[in-house]
Design a protein around this ligand. Structure first.
Ligand code: ADP
Length: 493
């Protein structure tokens, strides 16, 4: 039986009710501004009648926006905890997740029978109805990952012939429509607050953000050094941490770490301490924990010697810094593809600025990617003067022509364009190769001059990356603000 194993009657999306979250604002740190703004919701939840009497309209829904692990769920729970009201939580993906665990072949089979959409609509309305029945007194309803449910409806895909894709999209739209209907018909006077969280506001369907829906947006940012210290203190207070541990040094030296990562750090340190039979967490346990959590791709070139690390840091910073600089001078940049290529060239250009012409493998790889992109600009995307090319030979075929070694690209990019291999045309190939080189040279020149004007910032950023093994966008901006260009930026004239 096709339906076997899919339990539609008990929706996964059913709201979880949490009588008392036990979380208070004092458990949240590093996002003071957001907490300040959210205090108003607590006052409302505690006394909705008063707001009603005074004619003050509470916000309908509040969208918490920010990267994962920065405390969106935590702060939502704290609102409920402070107000002493129940907390209902569900994830946007759970709405859409009905089909998870069902093999895709089987799903296709289901869709063939065309019953699915009906079942899904039924399923969603049932779960919303159940949910709404319970919600008749002050409470907080929290929808996590709302983007999973409410991404922009995409007209261009309407014509897609993929049945599975169509059905999934339709299902999501049905769910979103249902949610919008519920939001619109929802009486705010009852003291119910809708909170939703997303890390991709840009993806959300604009209908969701209209007045009367999620019309208040609050940014939840990653913590700064002071915030990181406060967060560490909160989590340290829950374990047995030796007084000798200098938390502030971790707060200062772990840029980019989110609340979740810092919480994990303290937990990890506690485990290390237990393993080593220490009576409390010592500085060395914390250091071990930092090592454990940072080993992996984020550590730049630990396998390299110092010289190698410097090189590697130079190319990585070159790429990141070029991207930041371009954002600063964005108005002057016209072609987005130019931009991508210039960013890729940043690694090689940074090496030239610091070391001169002699280059490393990493930056040559970036250069090769840039050439590949430039070639695309010239051929498929036809952004420069269009050339008559009805397809593109795979890059490996003409690899000798590239300004770099052969690159292994996944097949997917080509599949996207449904490329048919054109017959070889050496004359055209030569022309493309020439123009590619020309384009790369032009952009490379711009990039070297851009980074050259910011020599001091480049050096500083490399140093920071070498010391910290990690550098955040915020830090790059900070460095750029404090190390202005030594020569006027001419690159974008
Ligand atoms: P998000 O919802 O933004 O992805 P969470 O609220 O789920 O992040 O964070 C996960 C955990 O990380 C929290 O339960 C808490 O232990 C810790 N945490 C995250 N942000 C903070 C913060 N600002 N203050 C204190 N702890 C935090």
């Amino acid at each position: 039986d096709l339906w076997q194993g899919i339990d539609f009657s008990r929706s996964k999306a059913e709201a979880r009710v949490d009588g008392s979250t036990g979380v208070k604002f004092c458990d949240v740190a590093g996002i003071d501004e957001a907490v300040e703004e959210l205090q108003e919701l607590v006052r409302y939840l505690k006394n909705p009648e008063l707001f009603d009497k005074m004619g003050i309209k509470p916000p309908h829904g509040v969208l918490l926006e920010g990267p994962p692990g920065c405390g969106k769920t935590l702060v939502a729970k704290a609102i409920a905890g402070e107000a002493g009201v129940p907390f209902y939580q569900m994830a946007g993906s759970e709405f859409v997740e009905v089909l998870v665990g069902v093999g895709s072949a089987r799903i296709r089979d289901l869709f063939k029978r065309a019953k699915m959409v009906y079942i899904v609509v039924f399923h969603v309305s049932i779960s919303l109805e159940n949910w709404w029945c319970q919600v008749n007194k002050p409470s907080v309803i929290f929808i996590d990952e709302i983007d999973a449910l409410a991404t922009r409806r995409q007209g261009i895909f309407k014509e897609s012939s993929d049945q599975l894709y169509n059905a999934a999209t339709q299902e999501r739209e049905t769910t979103l429509n249902q949610l919008l209907i519920e939001l619109d018909g929802f009486d705010t006077g009852k003291g119910v607050i809708f909170l939703a969280a997303t890390n991709r506001k840009d993806l959300l369907d604009p209908a969701l953000l209209r007045p009367g829906r999620f019309d208040r947006k609050i940014r939840i940012r990653p913590p700064g050094a002071k915030g990181r210290l406060d967060i560490l203190k909160i989590h340290a207070s829950k374990v047995k941490m030796s007084d000798s541990v200098d938390l502030s040094s971790y707060a200062q030296n772990l840029p980019g770490w989110t609340g979740a990562k810092l919480a994990q750090l303290v937990q990890e340190a506690a485990l290390v301490a237990v393993r080593k039979r220490h009576n409390s967490i010592l500085q060395s346990d914390m250091d071990d924990a930092v090592d454990r959590l940072t080993v992996g791709p984020k550590r730049v070139g630990i396998e390299l010697g110092y010289q190698g690390q410097c090189r590697r840091a130079t190319t990585e910073v070159g790429v990141a810094l070029t991207s930041h600089l371009l954002r600063r001078y964005e108005n002057a940049i016209v072609e987005c593809c130019d931009r991508i290529s210039i960013v890729l060239l940043g690694g090689r250009a940074a090496e030239e600025v610091i070391y001169g012409r002699d280059t490393s493998k990493a930056s040559v790889d970036y250069l090769a990617s840039a050439s590949w992109l430039a070639r695309k600009i010239l051929t498929i995307w036809n952004l420069e003067n269009p050339m008559v090319i009805h397809g593109e030979p795979p890059p490996w075929r003409k690899s000798a022509r590239f300004v770099g070694p052969r690159l292994d690209f996944e097949g997917s990019l080509y599949d996207d364009y449904n490329l048919i291999e054109p017959p070889l045309n050496f004359k055209l190939d030569d022309e493309v190769a020439e123009r590619t080189e020309e384009l790369i040279r032009k952009m490379y020149g711009k990039t070297v001059s851009l980074l050259g004007s910011h020599h001091a910032a480049l050096l500083k950023a490399i140093k920071v990356l070498l010391n910290q093994k990690e550098i955040s966008g915020e830090e790059l901006d900070f460095i750029l603000n404090n190390y202005p260009p030594q020569t006027p930026v001419r690159v974008l004239e």
